[in-house]
Write a protein that binds this ligand. Structure first.
Ligand SMILES: Nc1ncnc2c1ncn2[C@@H]1O[C@H](COP(=O)(O)OP(=O)(O)O)[C@@H](O)[C@H]1O
Ligand SMILES: [Mg+2]
Length: 400
């Protein structure tokens, strides 16, 4: 068995790309000769994905497990699209229907308008070349060098050696690993391994890149650099990036649109700043809780639901910002709109897609008569999108 045949066989058996190439070997063989060209050609402006009433039920000895129900969705070409949801919500199942690693039980998945359920095996091989995929645990071949890992999809497609070398060098430059081509994965850091994964996923000029928890095994700094690379790839190469994550900060950092899955159904979807600024569904709120500028513990412990019967106290006001209509915390206007002295005791503002989001907690003297919050959250006099008294603190909130 030649090396290429062995590689093809391992791809066919699906132990390299997480089952990604688990199709008949004959089909791959047949395809190889004619496909070297396709594997080296980029298609501009392509990479949209649509779901039409997609449902997925896993049937196992334990019975039926419904994983996806009534999924209707359009992912525009060239976007960065995030999918979030609790563990078991169906995220991976949804992502894996895009390259037919999973077959929907009902409905259709369309890639650039083509119903991929109708493709024969050789068409499926071609489709999978147009869709790269990266994984949480990288899925690299430990016995192969960085160069050979990246070259793998091209070797399988029968691309001539010289062209492979040229393309792999391009890819290693793109991900910043030129000096690592002869290194084995065992000697790379997590971030470097994922860069190899990305280079390999891009080898055949895909139009779509699927990322299943691609940064979940990385520390925050490395996550940031991988996200910057994905954003760069999206912008420079126009590749549609579809990513699953349980880290909301990842979505906030790079996604254009976000979709929330709950028990196999879409419960919320839209531009990231809108969904994050005003989450409608309980599942979304629960997922976003770690991002909120919630109450610090010491304050939580002291917070009373009613003003104390005697003695001095402070009322704690929360000002919320959802990103709508350019409204930002403006201290001068806040000070003018609210009577008495105010101290900022906790909170923060993030910018998502250029929209200011956040929550500020202010302490005001208990005796201060508060104005009408309706007036201060609407129209030209608005100082925040949402204002409420969240409780009272006996004496005063002090910094220790
Ligand atoms: N191959 C499978 N066989 C049976 N059930 C599965 C299989 N894959 C996933 N499931 C079930 O389908 C549901 C959705 O799983 P998954 O798509 O992996 O969710 P997520 O990625 O959001 O954690 C879960 O209940 C899971 O246990
Ligand atoms: Mg998953």
């Amino acid at each position: 068995m030649t090396l290429t045949t062995a590689l093809r066989r391992s791809l066919v058996q699906g132990d390299v790309f997480d089952g990604g190439y688990a199709i008949g070997e004959d089909a791959v063989q047949e395809q190889v000769e004619g496909d070297a060209e396709q594997a080296l050609t980029a298609t501009a402006g392509a990479g949209s994905v649509s779901f039409r009433q997609v449902g997925k039920i896993y049937r196992s000895s334990a019975g039926e497990v419904p994983a996806l129900e009534d999924i209707n969705l359009d992912i525009p070409a060239g976007s960065v699209f995030g999918i979030i949801g609790r563990s078991g919500a169906g995220k991976s199942s949804l992502l894996r229907t895009i390259n037919r690693l999973e077959q929907p039980t009902s409905g259709q998945v369309l890639v650039d308008g083509v119903d991929i359920g109708q493709l024969n095996e050789s068409e499926l091989v071609r489709l999978r070349r147009r869709i790269g995929m990266i994984f949480q645990h990288f899925n690299l071949l430990s016995a192969k060098t960085v160069f050979d890992n990246v070259a793998l999809p091209l070797t399988v497609a029968g691309v001539p050696r010289q062209k492979i070398t040229q393309r792999v060098n391009e890819l290693l430059a793109l991900v910043g690993l030129q000096d690592k081509q002869d290194t084995y994965p065992g000697r790379l850091s997590g971030g470097q391994k994922q860069r190899v994964g990305i280079a390999r996923a891009l080898a055949t000029h895909p139009e779509i890149l699927l990322c299943d928890e691609a940064t979940s095994a990385l520390d925050p700094e490395t996550t940031h650099s991988i996200l910057a690379l994905l954003r760069d790839i999206n912008r420079r190469l126009g590749i549609t990036v579809i990513l699953i994550t349980h880290e909301m900060s990842v979505i906030r950092e790079i996604a254009d649109q976000v979709l929330v899955l709950e028990q196999g159904r879409i419960v919320e979807q839209g531009e990231v700043w809108k969904v994050f600024g005003a989450p409608q569904h309980a599942a979304t709120r629960a997922l976003l809780a770690p991002l909120q500028h919630g109450l610090p513990e010491d304050l939580q412990a002291r917070l009373l639901q009613r003003p104390p019967a005697s003695g001095r106290y402070e009322q704690i006001l929360a000002l919320g910002y959802s990103g709508e209509s350019g409204l930002e915390p403006d201290f001068q206007r806040i000070a003018q709109a609210l009577p008495g002295d105010q101290r900022l005791i906790h909170g923060g503002v993030d910018r998502i897609q250029g929209h200011a989001h956040g929550r500020l907690l202010l302490a005001l003297d208990g005796k201060t008569l508060l104005p009408d919050f309706n007036r201060l959250t609407r129209g030209p006099e608005a100082i925040a999108h949402h204002i409420e008294v969240i409780g009272y603190v006996a004496d005063a909130v002090h910094s220790r």
